[in-house]
Design a binder for this molecule. Structure first.
Ligand SMILES: C[S@@+](CC[C@H](N)C(=O)[O-])C[C@H]1O[C@@H](n2cnc3c(N)ncnc32)[C@H](O)[C@@H]1O
Length: 269
């Protein structure tokens, strides 16, 4: 994420930079975004407005802020991104950069293209919309079990009610930007590679988020995804921490995430 934030090209501006982080979650991007504001603004007079609809997420993000000593630069709010975008375009308090990481996707919004339109409308002329995704469904979380991983991915998509195709598919971020009238729509890839045993952050992510999510998806939608009894039993023994075949004990395990950054520029005047 740090490399993606650092790679965003911003228009030349004499004004203090105004940045919006939509769906900030635990605030993982705030330190990186604040560094961009500091680098572009004199006297620390820029701002990162960070919003999330979930008050618990904002509380967690507040702890991050205290740890990073960013209270002066960051304005944390419990809010719906639609309200912030509408306020920005109505009051002229538009943003130079709007950042979204894994927020705009069809599990959260029936019409993600409309969300991108709303965000594009909250940019200053020449401002940048940056839509980042960790690209969960094209990542390698079960290397060495590729067929099973494909089936589990389908089960997970079914669990989240994600479309397999069509205009609201989660891989259409660039299309939604173009449809919103943004120019210079560009895609870059920032791969993350880690050993499952050697990298504590990767290990925590897999153990606490990914493997349990896969296990739940197999239990709830494995059959609908085309898994037979043997597939379900094999997935269960690989994903159960109490099993001798648990993937967490594989000394050669690794994870690859080809994270994606889409950027587009507002041409509105
Ligand atoms: C998958 S999390 C991503 C969090 C963070 N950006 C990250 O990359 O780790 C998506 C976040 O978007 C927030 N969210 C969903 N709908 C929202 C809305 N309408 N307005 C603001 N935040 C929203 C959720 O509460 C959640 O914290």
């Amino acid at each position: 994420m740090a490399a993606a934030v650092a790679a965003i090209e911003l228009a030349e501006s004499t004004l203090p930079l105004r940045v919006l982080d939509v769906g900030t979650g635990a605030g993982g991007a705030l330190g990186h975004l604040a560094r961009r504001v500091r680098a572009a603004s004199r006297d620390e007079d820029g701002t990162v407005v960070a919003v999330d609809i979930d008050a618990r997420a904002i509380e967690v993000a507040r702890v991050q802020l205290d740890d990073l000593r960013l209270e002066r630069l960051v304005d944390l709010r419990v809010a719906d991104l639609h309200a912030i975008a509408a306020e920005a375009s109505a009051t002229g308090s538009a943003f130079d950069l709007i950042w979204s990481s894994d927020t705009v996707w069809p599990a959260s919004f029936d019409d993600p293209a409309a969300v991108v339109r709303a965000l594009a409308g909250a940019l200053v002329p020449g401002g940048t919309l940056a839509l980042f995704t960790t690209n969960y469904y094209q990542s390698m979380f079960l290397p060495g079990h590729s067929r099973l991983e494909r089936l589990i991915r389908t089960a997970s998509e079914l669990t989240w009610g994600l479309p397999h195709d069509g205009q609201a598919h989660y891989e259409r971020l660039g299309a939604w930007m173009r449809q919103a009238g943004l120019s210079d729509v560009t895609l870059r890839v920032f791969p993350v590679v880690a050993s499952t045993l050697a990298e504590p952050a990767a290990r925590t992510f897999l153990e606490q988020i990914v493997w349990p999510e896969m296990r739940r998806a197999v239990a709830s939608h494995g059959r609908a995804a085309g898994m037979n009894d043997a597939d379900i039993a094999r997935a269960e023994e690989l994903l159960d921490p109490a099993s001798p075949a648990w993937v967490g004990t594989d000394p050669d395990g690794f994870v690859v995430q080809p994270t994606l950054l889409w950027t587009g520029r507002s041409t509105a005047v």
